[in-house]
Design a protein around this ligand. Sequence first.
Ligand code: HH2
Length: 264
Amino acid sequence: MMQLMGIVNVTPDSFSDGGRLGDAAVQHGLRLLEEGADWLDVGGESTRPGAVAVSAEEEAARVLPVIDALRRERPDVKLSVDTRRASVAAAALAAGVQMVNDVSGGADPEMLPLVARSGVEIVLMHMRGEPTTMMSHTGYSDVVREVWATLRERREAALQAGIDESRVHLDPGIGFAKTTAQNLALLHTLPEYCAQHSVLLGASRKAFIGAITGQTVAAERVEGSLAVALWAVTSGVRILRVHDVGATRRALAVWRGIREAPWS
Ligand code: HH2
């Protein structure tokens, strides 16, 4: 069954109570675990289109206390750190995370060797440019082929660095340097690629959903996110990264009830 990864963003724009950012993030993570998250993905850098960069020190200072507290509260929790920086990943690994979620696909030259030494899992995501500039890099002649060709190269680099293939997950990077039509093409063709690779998908509340439904407020895009979740599980996605863990769990329970119903 597809695993759910709950999103724990430790960024000032994700929680309104400023000074108590870390506490709010921990409470949020614990709630997502109660709702049935298999993983928690803790991130301290916003990668939304146009987001402003933070320093490595600031990023580490945001995520480490949250990772420590979640591990203390729930020693058996499976944690992922959402970072493009090997220095942040190294600190998070020392604090006990079992996965590095790298939206740059291992661009930091230290990242793949670090993950190889640590023996943890890695998500290699496809993107182009930087979060600030990525939406000016949407020119592809065949988006599906190009994205997966790049991901295969990154996977090869990970294996060359000594990461075991069973620990590598590939992610087409929905919304990262892609138009709505390109995101839909990548989703449409997922079954073919899920048959070949372990795929992680993040589409929760993203802008392409709003482009279809007309919803400008991200937090309101729950139904559209659930539609993607059902498409993802049918396609064979291994791990789905979501904000709305409880709602996604319930939708998947109905899907599974139908799929596994005895008949005739
Ligand atoms: N999307 C976001 C962040 N990290 N990681 C993976 N592997 N795949 C994704 O699609 C992905 C990701 C952006 O989403 P969100 O959490 O809504 O925003 P933020 O940039 O604040 O983390």
